[in-house]
Design a protein. Sequence first.
Lengths: 447, 338
Amino acid sequence: MFALGMVYCIFDRPLGHSINFFERKFAKKPEIAEANKKVLKDGFNYAVTIHAMPSFRVHTATIEKGTYRNINGNTATAWGLLAAAEKANLPLFLGSYPITPASEILVEIENRRDLGAKAFQAEDEIGGIVTSIGASFAGHLAATSTSGPGLALKSEALGLAVITELPLVVIDVQRGGPSTGLPTKTEQSDLFQALFGRNGESPLPVIAASTPSNCFYYAYEAAKIALEHMTPVLLLTDGFIANGTEPWKIPSMKDMPEIKTQFVGKDEKQYLPYSRDERMVRKWAVPGMKGFEHRIGGLEKMKDTGNVSYIPENHEIMSIEREKKVEYIQEKVPDLKVEGNADADVLVVGWGSTYGHLTTAVREMNNEGKKVAHAHFNYINPLPKNTNEILSKYKEIIVFELNLGQFAKYLRMMHPNNNYEYYDKIQGLPLTVTEIKQKVNQILEEL
Amino acid sequence: MAESKYTFKDFKSDQEVRWCPGCGDIAIMMAVQKAMAKLDHNKEDYAVVSGIGCSSRFPYYMNTYGFHGIHGRAGVLASGIKTANPKLSVWQITGDGDGLAIGGNHFIHEIRRNIDLNIILFNNQIYGLTKGQYSPTSLFGQITKSSPFGTIEEPFNPGELVIGAKGKFFARSLDNKVAETTDILVEADKHKGASVVEILQNCVIYNDGAYKAITSKETRDDNQIWLKHGEPMIFGKEKNKGLILDGLELKVVKIGENGITKDDILVHDAKINSPYLHLALINMNIEDGFPVAFGVIRSVEAPTYETLLEKQIKDVRAKSKIKNVDDLLRSGNTWTVE
């Protein structure tokens, strides 16, 4: 406590935060609160007396007005799901199996019986996702949370959600792989698994959160896309942001965007479970709704009726329609933004949890008089509409990621006209600002 | 029972039934449809769920809500549906391969959780859809396509597995006994909890005659015993054979022989919590000189998963200060920047 008092002095901060904390924490033992306060102040005064001054001053950050709290990525993810369920006026169901570093999402939802949420701790990863698919069939907002090895186990069931076209949120809190790999370390190496890790033509939207607190918004967004487009959605976070904590300005539910569910109108005369709207989205009818009894399943189904069909042309039509349905989601994907110096020659590209380090490095370099731009992706599939428009402006694109270049390879596949430089790190650790700057400086020198 | 709103025909879908002619599945479906017509649920409140296999095509033939899942996962699909909406009557259609091999894990856990499901296990002791490989219930030494020299695996007895998984309801029936199966299915649905109904089903193509010793005209009366709660365990053509306890073991006796009277015969108690006798009844087999037990062997009341969950939600809601997401976001430590 003495040392903390000194730190307050050195960084020139008011003692109020800790004093309030002592009074709250030791409300029933005022003598302990007083003792703590005294030692804290003694430390502060000692630092004043010995002139313990740093060589620089850390200024108080200018922070937006509002109510704040600390939040980590896993809690934010769980709360984002709860928020989406409330907004969509649906009960939340989470089927899950404990796995590092994703377990807290399950624990957080288990704790929210007060909001009517149902968390189901299944006997395995497959049980986690399949109970959720069942709950989705029954009309809930359904989700499942896992990490890389768990996602591998869920692959077949994810295909079932794709072909049945049921809304489902799948959260992969990535960790080091392959196999058990580095369970407690962070990595971004499940990107290909998320995009392509299923049998058959099995498209689904993939989005990625990039800070602990925006896990809330991207979990919400994943649920919104799932419900509005009748599709499973994969949300990627990772160990770094899942366990990382940051202050977060608390949003208000009234400011969260509307979520339109795709339930069939109760008065509709004929229900064709696989008839689609102009965005290829089918209507949702759930058990208990009279007159809408229908069968769905993992076999290819006839266009419109949903009956089992082995007709060759129909399989092609359905495959293309499922693909198009995911492509149409691009309409809703916000445009890619450029931070830093947009007129630079060099564009730093990242996705997901590397945002904090990349934005800091780019800001510092621009402050140092160098010209660097930064584009960060949260929407992986579909990519933002203006992706190529932005990428093609730059002489050099450096893609930073915590794997062996999966996103860079994906961009090269989607937009082959650009040249992509890789910066890959696969040590189970986040990027550092120093190494980012080093790499960018090297490229700048080569220009 | 009140006059039913439905006949079994109301539960037939317009899809062509593609099971082989003579397949036991057809009779079982008839029994399920008849049971549904007898029960009090509205048609829209039935959900029929399956995995993969011959029997798993079942939902397509039912004019109810239906979900044909993936191999082995019917149990978890059904568990999710029932947990989400406890008002539904959820029927899980599975087979010895789907339910006991690839889906074995889910099978034991749905039983342990005691989710209120009707689990209909079509046991034909063979993989039919993949054309004749041995299953977890194929007999030891059985020659099949994938065991050309005979299996070297001990088979499961599904009922034993149910007891081992703390099951509260187990019944056994035969595919061709439509009336008996119908009654058992009605009881299974009325029982609150995971109700497992094993139906011995003849696969006419890959394992024809697997149950011949049980079903043939000459031997069936001596090789089947139909158990009813509260009634003595009597069987045989002359209705003169019965079961007694000899020490800790079941024994077949003849009424009128060695001073045995009808009063000495065990009376079936399906509702007793101890699984001891139920297990003994489940394990009876012809090789050891016993009849095979049919009917509702075990039916014990216990709280179900989904009712306990609903109760927790109600109790926690009543106590918690967090009534909506805004409350949650503002719970715990917060601070204001002005």
